[in-house]
Design a protein around this ligand. Structure first.
Ligand code: 5GP
Length: 132
């Protein structure tokens, strides 16, 4: 069965989309740790990130760099924290999280509950900062 992220890529499940290329896709995490918390995935469904082909893994990180630079411009922060967990959704993904301090990256913190209108605005703002 297709992963929830494959369903997002295929448009079967809605998301707050940030960016897409031939092989990669980025969208807001539905339960963000911080405003602008974004997930970056390969479209090809592979559970464990280190099972990706070398070139695909490198490409994922380069795509994530573009997204991170756009988040940085849209959301005031010290920098973009990067994490790979993968215990919940078996489709490789990188978390990009705008942080002020180490504490902001704590995945055991309560998640933010944002209105969909705010998620839309955040996504729009990040999208508008994506380099063409
Ligand atoms: P992990 O697998 O890295 O432990 O966590 C998966 C992440 O995916 C979580 O932060 C969770 O909030 C996010 N997530 C799970 N299901 C969905 C979904 O349907 N849509 C979006 N946008 N994010 C999701």
């Amino acid at each position: 069965m297709a992963s929830i992220f494959t369903k997002i890529v295929q448009g079967d499940i809605p998301c707050y989309k940030i960016a897409e290329s031939e092989k990669y896709f980025a969208f807001l995490d539905i339960n963000p740790l911080q405003k602008g918390h974004t997930l970056v995935i390969p479209k090809r469904e592979v559970d464990y990130i280190y099972d990706l082909e070398e070139e695909e893994l490198a490409g994922l990180h380069v795509f994530a760099q573009r997204v991170a630079k756009a988040i940085e411009q849209a959301i005031p922060c010290n920098r973009i924290g990067v994490a790979v967990i993968g215990l919940e959704v078996p489709h490789a993904h990188i978390h990009l999280i705008p942080i002020q301090s180490m504490q902001d990256m704590n995945f055991t913190n309560p998640k933010l509950l944002l209105e969909s209108s705010e998620m839309d605005l955040i996504a729009q703002s990040i999208r508008s900062n994506m380099a063409k």
